[in-house]
Design a protein around this ligand. Structure first.
Ligand code: ATP
Ligand code: MG
Ligand code: FE
Length: 345
């Protein structure tokens, strides 16, 4: 089926078009620059930006796919989780589109959408079961996906800051601009990742009992702040490259260790990465090394499918249709806390 997908859960306005598992268009407008002066995503700014960008983004996606609106056979939209006001813009537009075209609508889960993106990489169906590690500015989640359209379980998630958020906050305290991920990467060039042993959150034996697959990055952020403060108080220079490289190593180490532990504990020989933090080359490198050593097949979709996008939402909609699932009833609304077990609203 030809499916148009709409994604507005955070700061990316994404519209994607797929035909079954084939990617036809993936157009993204981001309000990232507008948020930069505030040092993070501002919900009201994001919602207004979606309203302005959605129409032109739909037009651009149709042009890129070389199809017209009447060719669209189903509409898919992110109904949650995410920022309520931002989600509402996409949900409203998708409903209007489905009604006007008289087409079925599929309200889908953003996090599961990240997993659904995998199929567009090589048009091969997702091999299951798989563990999925989703890391972005808003999420740090470890999922057990037994079946993309019917059985997804949340193994763990961050209990405070998301991994991307940690990059953003640490960049800020180091005097670097937003978004912090790429800035920390730049600052870390030439730095020694072993220079400072920053804490690995929730990896101590006492934490593992209750939080084996959960993450915590706020203690790490505080540790970096304290380390820098102490240096400055002592009148010593702050070795920015070492701090950045050591901080990044701490984040990457915990993310990869817990993901690999989930694979080995549960006997799942596959790991999929998703989310904007996948842009981090050190994360990809360490994941590759440790997956390889553990005999785990690692999947990393191209970055354009890892960051928030509409194509992954269209892909999940198409896979629901192909699996015989019916459309969502039009009464659904935006649900900012939609649990990952609700693959379709
Ligand atoms: P959501 O959480 O809803 O998926 P988001 O907009 O916060 O939305 P993305 O757009 O997927 O998430 O990713 C943005 C985040 O990724 C930011 O926090 C940014 O700092 C981080 N990021 C981007 N590049 C890198 C990098 N090279 N290293 C680490 N983090 C990065
Ligand atoms: Mg974003
Ligand atoms: Fe996302």
């Amino acid at each position: 089926p030809l499916v148009l997908g709409i994604e507005t859960s955070c700061d990316e306005t994404g519209v994607g078009i797929v035909r079954g598992s084939q990617l036809l268009a993936n157009v993204i407008a981001s309000s990232m620059e507008e948020h930069a002066r505030y040092g993070g995503v501002v919900p009201e700014v994001a919602a207004r930006a979606h309203l302005e960008a959605l129409g032109p983004t739909i037009d651009a996606a149709l042009a890129e796919a070389d199809v017209s609106l009447s060719d669209v056979e189903a509409v898919a939209v992110t109904s949650g989780p995410g920022l309520a006001g931002a989600l509402m813009v996409g949900v409203g537009a998708a409903k209007a589109l489905a009604l006007a075209l008289d087409r079925p609508i599929y309200a889908v889960n953003h996090l599961v959408g990240h997993v659904g993106a995998d199929i567009l990489d090589d048009a091969a169906p997702l091999e299951t079961p798989t563990i999925a590690l989703l890391v972005s500015g808003g999420h740090t989640s470890l999922l057990l996906v037994r079946d993309l359209v019917s059985d997804v379980e949340l193994l763990g998630e961050t209990i405070d800051d998301a991994a991307g958020e940690a990059f953003d906050k640490v960049a800020r305290l180091l005097g670097l601009p937003y978004p912090g991920g790429p800035e920390i990467d730049l600052a870390a060039i030439g730095g020694d990742p072993a220079a400072i042993r920053f804490p690995r959150g929730l990896t101590q034996p006492k934490d593992l009992a209750a939080h084996r697959y959960d993450f915590s990055f706020s203690g790490l952020k505080t540790a970096v702040a304290r380390w820098v403060e102490q240096r400055e108080a002592a009148g010593e220079p702050v070795p920015l490259a070492d701090v950045a490289a050591s901080f990044r190593e701490a984040v990457v180490d915990v993310l990869v260790s817990k993901a690999i532990a989930a694979c080995t504990d549960l006997g799942v020989p596959r790991l999929l990465l998703g989310g904007g933090v996948v842009a981090n080359a050190r994360l990809r490198e360490v994941a590759e090394q440790r997956a390889d050593a553990a005999g785990i097949a690692l999947r990393i979709p191209p970055l354009s499918l890892c960051t928030d996008n509409g194509a992954m939402i269209a892909a999940l909609g198409a896979q629901l249709i192909m699996a015989g699932h019916g459309p969502s009833a039009l009464g659904f609304g935006a649900d900012s806390t939609l649990p990952v077990t609700d693959i379709q609203a």
